[in-house]
Design a protein around this ligand. Structure first.
Ligand code: ATP
Ligand code: MG
Length: 363
């Protein structure tokens, strides 16, 4: 996880803070009462603890305690499965990330970070994290099961059904995502670093929640370092050209690309075939800009202003969350009311429909 290194809100990208200045005991899986000496953790990485927000109990578990009910989806670094925790019968989403090459010290450090992530159970619009284990060379990350991700949902709505997501729905998604990102930053001192439609999840009630921050993000970073990661389409221009420091405004760019995509039904750049093409488009080219009649649809000025401001190419002109929350587009939808209730209903119906009718994704 990337945490703030000072109060200027600059973020350190260092993924390997020294273990020596950390406490001698570990609190794995957020179980503070049972701090485990480090040498025991080395022997017991395959056993972790599951903690559900609504249940005081800590459940010790390993892979045998989870019944595999089938794959939900694939990412660049692993696969997400639907699983049942045999002891409680609870359904989970379990993300298995291949990470044979992560040594045990790194594994310990990552598991230690659970303490922070478990705290996120109080956060708004954040997928709940229940626990993690290292097993058979994979890291298993257990989290709240949602119905569908926004990438699959919007593709079904625009490409398969020839329809669109209306502005109230986009507004609801915007407010939930900005609130989640702001919470991560303010309360947990984390920036997300991987904001994109597949990391925004939706359920049948129209709840919108952000996932894949913290331990997921860090594991994926470790995997990226040892593989050719290819293009990362949601990266802000400054992250493509420089990798030393960045702040929340890089996530604001990714949010802008994400909202552009779900508002129009298409990724704003033509497909890149190499990192060089990506650099030419994102770093050297003009940023995407939504106009009142981009594509087949019309958009309100508050929506256009919000998205286009997230996509200011120069990071210094891009707003942080406090400023974004003062934009009309955020304020209209943050108020709640009957339109939002209706938007949630529509989104919930689309989520179930998209879950029941999986689409083939090309590219
Ligand atoms: P990347 O590997 O680049 O992060 P990704 O986000 O598409 O890409 P994963 O995070 O591995 O990859 O997720 C794969 C798919 O699994 C997602 O697109 C989503 O549809 C589904 N998924 C992930 N987490 C959950 C969850 N908690 N509940 C329900 N479905 C999920
Ligand atoms: Mg993901």
């Amino acid at each position: 996880m990337v945490q703030e290194d000072d109060d200027t809100s600059r973020i350190s990208m260092s993924l390997n803070p020294s273990l020596s200045n950390r406490p001698n005991t570990l609190s794995v899986n957020g179980n503070n009462e049972k701090a485990i000496p480090e040498e025991n953790v080395l022997r017991s990485l395959s056993t972790g603890t599951l903690k559900y927000p609504e249940d005081e109990h800590f459940y010790t578990f390993n892979s045998a305690h989870l019944q595999d009910l089938g794959a939900i989806g694939n990412g660049n670094f692993g696969t997400v499965y639907k699983m049942r925790h045999r002891e409680t019968g609870k359904l989970l989403a379990v993300k298995r990330i291949r990470c044979n090459n992560i040594d045990q010290r790194e594994q310990i450090r990552l598991l230690r970070e659970h303490d922070t992530i478990v705290k996120s159970e109080k956060g708004p619009n954040i997928v709940k994290f229940y626990g993690a284990i290292f097993s058979e060379g994979d890291c298993w990350i257990c989290m709240e099961l949602m119905d569908i991700s926004m990438d699959l949902l919007y593709r079904r709505v625009y490409n398969v059904k020839g329809s669109r997501l209306n502005e109230n729905v986009i507004g609801h998604i915007t407010v939930c995502t900005v609130d989640a990102l702001d919470y991560l930053k303010k309360e947990l001192k984390i920036i997300h670093r991987d904001v994109k439609p597949s990391n925004i999840l939706v359920d049948g009630h129209g709840s919108v929640k952000l996932c894949d921050f913290g331990i997921c993000g860090e594991l994926e970073d470790s995997v990226v370092k040892t593989h050719d990661a290819g293009c990362q389409p949601y990266l802000a221009p400054e992250r493509i050209t420089s990798s030393d420091k960045y702040d929340v405004r890089s996530d604001v760019w990714s949010l802008g690309i994400t909202l552009y995509e779900i508002a129009t039904g298409r990724f704003p750049y033509p497909q890149w075939n190499s990192v060089f093409e990506q650099i030419a488009a994102v770093v050297s080219g003009d940023p995407p800009m939504l106009s009142p009649d981009t594509g087949d649809f019309s958009y309100s000025l508050p929506l256009i202003k919000f998205i286009n401001t997230c996509l200011m190419k120069d990071r210094r002109h891009r707003p942080k969350y406090d400023t974004l929350k003062n934009f009309d587009f955020y304020r209209i939808y943050a108020r709640g009311g009957p339109e939002i209730e209706e938007a949630k209903e529509i989104l919930g119906v689309e989520a179930i429909d998209a879950r029941e009718h999986p689409i083939d994704i090309v590219g």
